[in-house]
Design a binder for this molecule. Structure first.
Ligand SMILES: Cc1cc2nc3c(=O)[nH]c(=O)nc-3n(C[C@H](O)[C@H](O)[C@H](O)COP(=O)(O)O)c2cc1C
Length: 204
């Protein structure tokens, strides 16, 4: 069974990004996947300090915060959907910290490189930077060697999930974004590519 993890990069509890990811993961579950959602709201993932002590053994990183639990969720997953509100044209600092702190996973035979990555962005503006945020997420995922997956919902740009909403919950009215998220969830669940072991064998 496909295991799909959603990471909501918003610091706002029950925000729009979380809502979109919930719908995406529900569609993936309906298509047969097992899913988990990890929301960064209310949690602490501190920035990397470049202390040079990354290790392939638990706790992986000397900082003992909520990233410790997230390492295990990331290693569990076959596919990870990174969701972020647009903050000043790009992903939140909270989500960027996750990408940076995932550095120890390189030491596990590059564990993330055999996992799929997908992205979701929600911004308040009509042209608020959603596409650039998604591209920045893709680029960070590619830096981890991940295999980027788009929604493949034709026509044209509907391969990506760009939500438009400001106040928490407002995203429910963005039917196109919800439909794109559900399409991406189904696609991730249905993909038959087997990337091989994704770090589980390397977990200690
Ligand atoms: C610090 C900050 C910066 C933001 N920058 C942008 C931006 O550049 N473009 C945009 O469209 N919306 C921007 N927004 C609005 C949020 O992206 C929007 O409210 C989004 O729905 C929040 O998602 P959430 O509910 O998941 O936190 C910003 C909000 C904050 C708090």
């Amino acid at each position: 069974m496909k295991r799909i993890l959603g990471i909501a990069g918003s610091p706002r509890p029950d925000g729009n990004t979380e809502f979109v990811l919930e719908r995406l993961l529900a569609a993936a579950e309906a298509a047969g996947a097992e899913t988990r959602l990890f929301a960064l709201a209310g949690k602490t993932v501190a920035p990397c300090t470049d202390c040079g002590q990354c290790t392939d053994r638990q706790p992986y990183c000397v900082q003992s915060d909520d990233m410790q639990a997230l390492y295990d969720h990331m290693l569990w997953a076959h596919a990870i959907v990174f969701g972020s509100p647009v903050y000043m044209g790009t992903m939140t600092a909270q989500l960027k910290a996750v990408f940076d702190r995932a550095r120890p996973l390189w030491l596990m035979d590059n564990a993330l490189s055999r996992k799929a990555a997908a992205a979701v962005a929600v911004g308040e503006g009509r042209w608020g930077g959603q596409e650039l945020t998604i591209q920045n997420i893709y680029w960070a995922a590619l830096n981890h060697g991940m295999v980027v997956v788009g929604g493949a919902c034709l026509p044209y740009g509907n391969w990506e999930v760009c939500g438009m909403a400001g106040a928490a919950g407002e995203i429910a009215a963005d039917k196109e974004a919800i439909a794109a998220a559900e399409g991406l969830g189904r696609r991730l669940a249905e993909m038959t590519i087997d990337f091989g072991p994704g770090g589980e064998s390397a977990r200690r």
